[in-house]
Design a protein around this ligand. Structure first.
Ligand code: NAP
Length: 266
């Protein structure tokens, strides 16, 4: 089995990687670690936080399976703590066919005013904001029908697993990752006598799409960890992505227990 590691840039994560390699390698070991850039691993170990996992999936894409080892608190994408390395190695050796949880992504088609089409995707979310502090203005269409004109700080289109991230901070709903859906949430919309938005998050099923027609000449687009200022974006169309990110589950840790651990029991 070919394994790759992606690390948070700190000494603790590097130490955990060193320990793991020591436990996994050795005479007659069925494991080897990817050395060359461009090699496709079977399994990617993300050692760090949920942010590190986001980095890993954008580096290696949809082919490998992923396991997260969290060097801070237990995360949404990470199942293991550094003090459980022996149990993880044992599970890896014993369970040749672990349960694989497949998490939906957000697929985005960005159309520029000069007619270019750029395809992007996110595991957590797409965020759009005006590039300056003034209001973002975007017309929202659902399945080709006009829905509303949004004025405010920004819009988030999140996946189910991204629903616990930025989306939660703006009071979006938490969506179980087995539900193939995207969620459109508002960031500080203007709602008064002149302007009106729905002011609730919308959860759209797999066969629906949301189109955001952008009125500002420059906007900021965030896709998971990546963010950039874009000029002359005409529209962004989002739907549930065809590709899913695969997580190898060597132990049972439910989504709702992760929610409870992260937000209630602390
Ligand atoms: P960051 O600003 O350094 O960290 C954002 C926090 O979000 C970290 O604590 C991270 O967990 C956590 N996180 C990431 N994915 C999550 C998920 N699916 N569910 C629950 N929490 C999650 O940024 P980053 O580490 O590069 O992560 C990028 C993410 O930050 C974006 O995708 C966005 O969702 C989130 N973000 C949130 C807000 C907000 O809540 N107001 C604002 C901007 C961005 P770890 O500590 O385990 O890495």
């Amino acid at each position: 089995m070919k394994i790759a590691t992606v690390l948070r840039n700190d000494d603790y994560s590097r130490e955990v990687e060193r320990e793991l390699k020591e436990k996994l390698l050795g005479e007659d070991s069925p494991y080897c670690f990817v050395r060359e850039e461009g090699e496709t691993p079977d399994l990617v170990l993300s050692i760090g936080g949920d942010g590190t996992l986001l980095e890993a999936v954008h580096q290696y894409g949809f082919e490998p399976t992923y396991v997260g080892i969290h060097t801070g608190h237990l995360g949404f994408y990470a199942d293991w703590r550094p003090n459980e390395l022996d149990a993880f190695v044992q599970a890896l050796k014993e369970q040749t066919k672990p349960f694989v949880a497949e998490y939906p992504t957000v697929s985005c088609r960005i159309l520029t005013r000069d007619g270019r089409i750029i395809h992007k995707w996110a595991l957590n979310e797409l965020v759009i904001r005006n590039a300056s502090l003034s209001t973002l203005v975007a017309c929202v269409y659902i399945n080709g029908d006009e829905f509303e004109t949004f004025r405010g700080d920004g819009l988030i289109v999140s996946s189910p697993s991204g629903s616990t991230a930025y989306n939660k901070a703006v009071n979006g709903a938490l969506v179980h990752p087995s539900i193939e859906a995207i969620q459109l949430s508002e960031i500080a919309s203007i709602n008064n006598q002149a302007y009106r938005t729905i002011n609730s998050s919308l959860v759209l099923p797999k066969h629906h799409e949301v189109e955001l027609i952008v009125m500002n000449p420059q906007i900021m687009i965030g896709l998971d960890r990546e963010q950039a200022v874009w000029q002359d974006v005409c529209s962004i169309t989002c739907r549930v992505g065809v590709d899913k990110v695969k997580f190898a589950r060597y132990k049972r840790l439910t989504f709702w227990s992760r929610v409870r651990n992260s937000f209630i029991t602390g």
